[in-house]
Ligand binder design. Structure first.
Ligand code: UDP
Length: 156
């Protein structure tokens, strides 16, 4: 398994307003995942429609777009072994009320519509790359070694 799988992660507007961006970054960093890109930004309606296109026919779509455009977000790319699935596990279930304690949603959220964090779906092949491409230009992503990599990966 390669150690350089990339996934798209976003601290949603509620995470920014509640001062949880640092905590989210810390959890992913401490796991051994490597930050490859980050952008503090305001999502406009067009980008929100593109990002959540798969949900456009769902009853919650308008609320979802209103929420994700309601304030700034921290959009990020994280890299590591099995990164997409591992981040999803760390996020917990979509509804924070169902998310296990110890997960980000399970520790910080109580509402399905305000669930703190987005991560690419590991069950949708290519979702990670599509989302990274939607939010980042290639030159905004950084390739570098973290000095602790040999202590995270046996084969590094
Ligand atoms: N969502 C919602 N109501 C629902 C289902 C989903 O408001 O009934 C929101 C929720 O914030 C979720 C987002 O829509 O994070 C995208 O849904 P998805 O099923 O892709 O969940 P995720 O991948 O974020 O866990």
């Amino acid at each position: 398994m390669s150690n350089d799988e990339r996934t798209f992660v976003m601290a949603k507007p509620d995470a920014v307003q509640r001062g949880l961006v640092g905590t989210i970054i810390s959890r992913l960093e401490e796991r051994g995942l490597k930050l490859a890109g980050a952008k503090f930004m305001q999502i406009d309606e067009e980008l929100a429609n593109q990002h959540y296109a798969e949900h456009q026919d769902k009853p919650f779509f308008d609320e979802l777009v209103a929420f994700i455009t309601s304030g700034p977000v921290m959009a990020m790319v994280w890299e590591g072994a099995d990164a997409t699935r591992q981040v999803r596990q760390m996020m917990g279930a979509t509804d924070p009320k169902e998310a296990q304690p110890g997960t980000i949603r399970g520790d910080f959220g109580l509402d399905l519509g305000q669930n703190i964090i987005h991560g690419s779906d590991h069950e949708d092949p290519g979702a990670n790359e599509r989302e990274i491409d939607l939010f980042f230009d290639e030159e905004e992503l950084v390739d570098y070694e973290r000095s602790d990599e040999p202590w995270v990966y046996e084969d590094a």
